[in-house]
Design a protein around this ligand. Structure first.
Ligand code: URP
Ligand code: ZN
Ligand code: ZN
Length: 481
């Protein structure tokens, strides 16, 4: 049966207007005034806002790390995303370590990594795609990169930090940019200075500085700034596009602005944690809750990132959702069952052992609606552009995702703009024992969320299911914004 959503206030990346939306099976069929459709199920959206489902371009579900694993998997994380109005996520596939020749065809290389991630994602509850982490570049891997296109994966993440683990040399990053350009792919950059970090961490450990604030002190903003400019320079020379993930420092915004003004095809993403939190949070007794890489910084950095969003220097807001329990020795109840996963307590005596990462996939849209749109820091259209339309365009999903258009997937969020909530861990559905926005008063919240025409969230009710999400085969040569 078709669904007719009546009289909602539609918000797209470019305009806001009142209209009806007709959905048939998985697609939006028509948008117009006073639509009358016999036998359609009618949803009255008078006084409600309607946005396209959020697209989160940066998640880490079920990611083994620091002797544990991120605590949301491809079902629990998807469910949390959906409650927060996000219907598409793009997760990062780790590149498996070099493996013995007899195991290579099954477990090794890019294909081995992607196959393993497809297996994990069989329980997907919303639509999803993958980015590939390029953490080694030898002849074999270089030859395998073009095959990613046929797998529907058109993005490669490279790192200038995590020496001897994930980092690529500048030469290898340059090479990756060239291969990406030849294949219509996009390189994504984790920008920090690995050598600076190694030196500062060694000094901190030797001098007994072990508390969480030293996580930030040993990963300085200057390293992020120079790595951003360095990689953009490599991209400029390769004439390839580049996307800077999780931008966190004011100077990174300046660098991005500088290179964009000179015609470099560079784009940027920030995440809510870098807009709201600072090193002061790391100094709290529960400071480990805010440990992520790159670290949260200063009020001045928060402000410059907001400016970068407002003036169009930064194109997207993702989450870098990579949650851990604050105290993984104490179970929480998730879907009626006790769950405990080792988390931040692993680094109670040493900041280098705190699992890096934060929850956020479900928080992103409700928090930004209140603090961004309602507080006047961004327009409703900018909100949609930054959290849905732009990521869909940059990552080859538009107009299937990120749009309210006839022919687009009927991924639709109906917001109650007046709903007031006291936000926190009890509301967020993320599978962890804390929330960064505990006690925040939010106004405006998703009421109903549709995934390809199916109602998966109805206020507090979860109607989605494991296996209900689809893998999205992305297009190469996507838009550079
Ligand atoms: O602390 C974080 N962000 N963990 C996830 C890995 C990354 O670099 O994005
Ligand atoms: Zn990163
Ligand atoms: Zn990440």
């Amino acid at each position: 049966m078709s669904i007719l959503i009546k009289c909602g206030t539609l918000v797209t990346a470019s305009e806001t207007f009142i209209a009806d939306i007709l959905i048939d099976r998985e697609k939006i069929i028509q948008i117009g005034q006073n639509l009358q459709i016999e036998n359609a199920e009618v949803v009255d959206a008078t006084g409600k806002f309607i946005t396209p489902g959020g697209v989160d371009p940066h998640t880490h579900f079920d990611l083994p790390m620091f002797g544990t694993v991120s605590s949301d998997d491809h079902y629990t994380g998807h469910k949390a995303a959906a409650f927060g109005g996000t219907t598409t996520v793009i997760d990062f596939v780790p590149l498996p370590p070099p493996c013995p020749p007899h195991l290579k065809s099954k477990w090794g290389g890019i294909k081995g990594g992607v196959d393993a991630w497809h297996k994990k994602a069989e329980k997907a509850a919303i639509d999803y795609s993958f980015h590939m982490n390029l953490t080694r570049l030898d002849e074999e891997i270089a030859a395998e990169i073009p095959s990613l296109r046929a797998m529907g994966i058109t993005t490669l993440k490279v790192f200038t930090a995590y020496n001897d683990r994930l980092r690529l040399s500048d030469g290898d990053i340059f090479c990756a940019l060239r291969i990406a350009k030849e294949n219509g792919m996009l390189v994504m950059l984790h920008a920090e200075n690995g050598d600076m970090i190694e030196t500062l961490v060694t000094e901190a450990l030797v001098t007994g500085h072990l508390s969480p604030e030293w996580h930030a002190k040993t990963r300085p903003a200057w390293g992020a700034v120079e790595a951003t400019l360095r990689a953009c320079a490599l991209a400029a020379q390769a004439d390839a596009p580049i996307y800077i993930v999780h931008m966190n420092a004011a100077g990174e915004v300046d660098m991005l602005r500088y290179v964009r003004q000179r015609g470099v095809k560079a784009m940027g993403e920030t995440c809510p944690q870098y807009l709201f939190f600072t090193e002061d949070h790391l100094r709290r007794p529960d400071g480990a809750k805010w440990v992520c890489s790159p670290p949260v910084r200063t009020v001045a950095d928060n402000a410059r990132l907001w400016e970068g969003l407002a003036d169009g220097t930064i194109q997207t807001i993702g989450t870098d959702h990579c949650p851990f329990f604050f105290d993984g020795t104490k179970p929480i109840i998730y879907e009626g069952k006790p769950v405990a996963i080792p988390g931040k307590e692993l680094g109670a005596d040493d900041f280098t052992k705190i699992p890096n990462g934060l929850p956020g996939v479900g928080d992103r849209l409700p928090v930004l609606w209140s603090t961004g749109v309602r507080s006047g820091k961004m327009t409703a259209e900018q909100f949609v552009a930054l959290t849905s339309t732009n990521p869909a365009k940059i990552f080859g999903l538009y107009p299937r995702k990120g749009a309210l258009l006839p022919g687009s997937d009927a991924d639709i969020v109906i917001w109650d703009p007046e709903k007031k909530v006291k936000y926190g861990v009890d509301m967020s559905h993320q599978r962890t024992d804390y929330n960064l926005y505990e006690g925040w008063e939010l106004t405006g919240y998703p009421d109903k969320v549709f995934l390809r025409g199916r109602l998966i969230v109805d206020e507090e009710k979860w109607l989605g299911k494991a296996g209900g999400g689809q893998f999205l085969h992305r297009q190469a040569d996507a838009t550079v914004l």
